[in-house]
Design a protein around this ligand. Sequence first.
Ligand code: WT7
Length: 653
Amino acid sequence: MSNPEVFPIPEHVADNANIDLASYEALYRLSIDDPEGFWKEEAKSIDWIQPFKIVKETNFNPVNPTIRWFADGTLNASVNCIDRHLTAKANKPAIYWQGDAPQESRTVTWGELADQINRFANVLKDLGVQKGDVVTIYLPVIPEVIVAMMACVRIGAIHSVVFSGFSAEALANRINDAGAKILITADEGRRGGRVVPLKRNADAAVEHQPTITDVVVIRRTGASVPFTMGRDHWFDELITQANPWCEPAVIGAEDPLFILYTSGSTGKPKGLVHTTGGYLVHTGTSWRNIFNWHEGDVFWCTADVGWVTAHTYKIYGPLLNGATSVLFEGIPTWPDTSRWWSIIEQYKVNIFYTAPTAIRSLMREGEAPVRQHDLSSLRILGSVGEPINPEAWHWYHRVVGGGRCPIVDTYWQTETGAVLLVPLPGAIPNKPGYAAKPYFGIRPVLTNSQGTVLEGQAEGNMCFADSWPAQARTILHDHERFVRTYFSQFPGYFFTGDGASRDHEGYYRISGRVDDVINVSGHRLGTVELESAISSHPAVAEAAVVGYPHEIKGQGVFAFVTLKATVEENEALRHEIVNLVRSRIGPIASPDQIQWAPALPKNRAGKILRRILTRVAANEFENFGDTSTVADPAVIDEIVRRRRQSSHHTVAL
Ligand code: WT7
């Protein structure tokens, strides 16, 4: 992409910018020259119980990194997210909730939230939850998910939210890894007019989890669901009996706030551990700056509560700032394809944050569904989760934003906790597809494969040279993996796993993952995790999974599967494999294409050559690079022949 168009900052944004160009430049300089001084100021946005004396104790040593922020301070997250807004806002809306069906909606005030949180915190205590215990939350996007998270952190328990689209098995793995005591779920969820059997999945997951003592069930649909006496409890019954005040626990800044699982290069999901003080400081201040939020604005982030986007910029960011936000349970295309636009109109949303994959799928519906609605309340648009392609960027900007809203393309990860690269809307003019410039305190570095730092205009591995407060501190039970994955590859730097380029003006553009992770609709899937799910089918001898370009999802899942010698290739088997992946991981991981491969291309050491498979999946049959290491070149010829054939008629599942 050479010389993309530059979009100047619109006047209405420049006029009331929280951060303009001059203050971005001055504050960025300060944040790099004097990170202690900078973050000490930012930390004033938080109410501390015991103020900290030490701001930053960090180094990116490749074998023994240290990441500690505000370590001698104490605070309580729920007090910062809720209590301190009550004097001014007890009767003001915190949340506009809209259910899957348009006629279902609720407004929840700050006072009501506080009441529920305090009561539920007492319930958790009564169930024996103590500081440092893990509580797993498996809920749809309903206000109670916020109540549950905040109740945990009020008493110092650690929440682990698991995406409600994950299967029972995926939920069980995450409960087990965390050793969770309590599971919070709902009778059912609703998505796109369909029922999600949450309690049934939860029951299946808990069946073999000795650590779970109690299951709290929220009545979402009122359906009758199986109930295990003694273990299961109705949320509403517990809440009404509970004491409406719970003294907030005193929590150390470096005590864990939450765990969130994400996929990596091995088969086992990683439970990233985030701690309290640094996360809240970075999250609250960056949310306000990224979205140029002002008192009275209505904010809407469409992410599901199971992802880090929702943790940081849908839940903690708005709550820390006392902002009103929209929570929507459903999907953009039900009951019709203008659902999102009607919600924006209804609640007069000012700031809207979503993912490129959603934009691409709505773009396909044309402009009419958008044009039916008055979106003039919108001021700022955000994008997250994957690189946004210029076509989607322009459509989002022109059709949704009416040409007047900057697009904040926020680059970050589950591991980073909060934003790293972003065009701050009042300071940095947009270039479509560019996550642009470092946030305060962030020191981006590009390295080549030898680890040499590249200067000026360059393309390389996206690394960062110094710590930021919201950074994850470890992988639960596997600190060695944490160090190896992020700090050992390029000594002295945190390595993201992404590739990126930097242009002549210092703008960064992320090109995508360079490790064995694929990004499907903004969700990370580990190829090894997918391969082991597929290989667990009795007919499968071996599988190799790669990402390939997909019009809507960004990347799709392409599986090359070798069947056992005695098994015939057949269509039914394809569907069995897809169903197996859905039940072992969840529908988001469904393979988009399965190609039978009599053998997989390997080197002489037996390692599968994914580089070649990635090209074949993308229908690129030339330039396989160095194939001298391939043990049997005929294997590649056969794979190419089959791919060429299948590209002519559709085999998409
Ligand atoms: C991976 C992190 C950040 C919350 C959502 C995903 C990709 C994320 C961008 C962006 C290009 C992006 C990267 C990253 N990614 N945001 N603005 N531009 N790529 O969190 O599941 O931890 O995934 O998402 O590849 O490494 P996650």
